[in-house]
Write a protein that binds this ligand. Structure first.
Ligand SMILES: Cc1ncc(COP(=O)(O)O)c(C=O)c1O
Length: 474
């Protein structure tokens, strides 16, 4: 038997190869309040409840109570009323899936149901369409503001549309869609309108944002992730419906076997109480006022960064940020943002590369959290140095031969051999672990149309996600 100390040491050693999850310098994937004690509290609460099971709320009333309180807190924050009904899910994607599922299940009369959503909505909705046999109708956004275009969305609604989606805000650019006119157009046709506030829903109520929540007429559901800007550990989101009748079709129940009657409001059946208890503890601990200060701090940092980016030669903010997310891009052709991302990583900052898509050029995404407070000038100074270094390095040039290989690939017939050949041609086939500089990989992926990029990335992840047999383990 291996001692607990040795195992924990080994885990700590492995974690040193990860991006830092604390300190505010990883500007995607992670959310840090920057406050001492919050994570320790969450870990203790998680441990206290992780063995409970939400499968049967009568067996573990402690979990039910925490869940109902979290839903109540979210409803109070997001314009809910006496009739609001909700569920704690495992994360943003599950909340999106369930909003779509409920809309589909409520309309069994509609063959091949559709949902209408702006081009900037999160791909969790495409996943939902794929899983649930629906059609996702993407509508181009305003090319300048990158916000949903209400008239184009209204024009896309038809008799098969069961759901309209807007973002509050969009992940890629941090833009708040015009919720009210879209919700009104949906309501006029009796169509559900879901607000994806997964990333911004906990922050926006504390800023001076346009109305976006359940108080807007026509909004039938909204989701907010606790594991994002509520600074709770991964594994919790809240999906709210305007009333219990709207939530009802989200439940799956089966008594068609000899065991327990299975009733699930989520995709999961067994559900650990750990994330729920941890979220409950963090939300309570921070409190409304404590949290409002964290939201305002992240907003102040975002605005300071936006100003600093616009003042940096060669860079500009893609679109004015509505919340605490920022996208920056090159203001002239001489600067490659993917190389800039590598230069920032070398200086200890992770900014997330985003490929060009429609009116949105290649850019870097920043999810700004409260932990960044006070480090804005340091980030901007490193950004200026990184711009100089990226300019000096020049953009990655892809060899014509490799570009020709990419152009000839058929995403739907891509074989492992073809993929291996591409990796080898790009100098990435040695099996020596992950490349230290991602710009060459991103430049290559940028040549691929979205469908091919999906396939290439999935193939790459598939190569990473391989069993390590006992004999090879350390
Ligand atoms: C707007 C939005 N919706 C949905 C999601 C999906 O959330 P998750 O990654 O928790 O599944 C995200 C994630 O960033 C998001 O920003």
């Amino acid at each position: 038997m291996t001692s607990p100390e040795d195992l924990l040491d080994e885990l700590r050693r492995r974690r040193t190869g990860d991006l830092p999850t604390h300190g505010g310098r990883t500007l995607a994937y992670v959310f840090d309040s920057g406050l001492d004690g919050v994570d320790a509290l969450a870990a203790q609460a998680h441990a206290l409840a992780s063995s409970t099971n939400g499968l049967d709320p009568t067996a573990f009333p402690s979990m039910l109570r925490c869940e109902n309180e979290l839903v109540g807190e979210a409803a109070a924050l997001l314009g809910g009323g006496a009739h609001t009904a909700g569920t704690v899910t495992s994360g943003g994607t599950e909340s999106c899936l369930l909003a779509v599922l409920a809309a589909r299940e409520a309309r069994p009369d509609v063959p091949r149901p559709r949902m209408v959503l702006p081009d900037t909505a999160h791909p969790a909705f495409d996943k939902a369409a794929h899983y649930f046999g629906m059609e996702a109708v993407r509508v181009p956004v305003d090319p300048v503001t990158l916000a949903a275009d209400p008239s184009a969305m209204a024009a896309a609604l038809d008799d098969r549309t069961v759901l309209v989606v807007v973002s509050a805000p969009s992940y890629a650019h941090g833009v708040l869609d015009p919720v009210a006119p879209v919700a009104a157009a949906a309501a006029a046709r009796g169509i559900r309108c879901h607000v994806d506030a997964c990333i911004g829903g906990w922050v926006l109520p504390h800023l001076d944002a346009a109305p976006f929540d359940l108080s807007v007429p026509g909004v039938t559901s909204i989701a907010v992730d606790l594991h994002k800007y509520a600074y709770c550990p991964k594994g919790t989101s809240v999906l709210l419906h305007a009333d219990a009748a709207l939530r009802r079709p989200q439940y799956f129940a089966s008594a068609a076997w000899p065991g327990y009657t299975m009733v699930n409001p989520t995709m999961q059946s067994t559900r650990s109480g750990g994330p729920v208890a941890a979220a409950w503890a963090v939300v309570r601990h921070l409190g409304r006022e404590g949290y409002a200060e964290l939201a305002r701090a992240a907003r102040r940092s975002t605005l300071a960064l936006a100003e600093g980016v616009d003042a940096t030669d060669g860079l500009r903010v893609l679109v004015a940020p509505d919340s605490t997310l920022l996208a920056l891009t090159a203001s002239d052709g001489g600067l490659d943002v993917f190389t800039l991302a590598d230069e920032m990583l070398a200086r200890g900052w992770y900014l997330q590369p985003q490929f060009g898509f429609g009116p949105s050029p290649a850019n870097l995404h920043l999810t700004v959290t409260a932990a960044l407070s006070g480090q804005e000038d340091a980030l901007l100074a490193d950004l200026r140095a990184a711009v100089d270094a990226a300019r000096a390095a020049g953009p990655v040039v892809i060899d014509d031969g490799i570009a020709a290989v990419v152009a000839a690939l058929d995403p739907d017939a891509l074989t492992p051999e073809e993929f291996g050949g591409l990796l080898a041609a790009a100098g990435l086939g040695g099996g020596g672990g992950l490349p230290t500089r991602m710009a060459p990989v991103n430049a290559l992926l940028a040549l691929a149309p979205p469908r091919l990029r999906e396939r290439l990335t999935a193939e790459f992840f598939g190569r990473l996600q391989q069993p390590v047999l006992p004999a090879e383990q350390d």
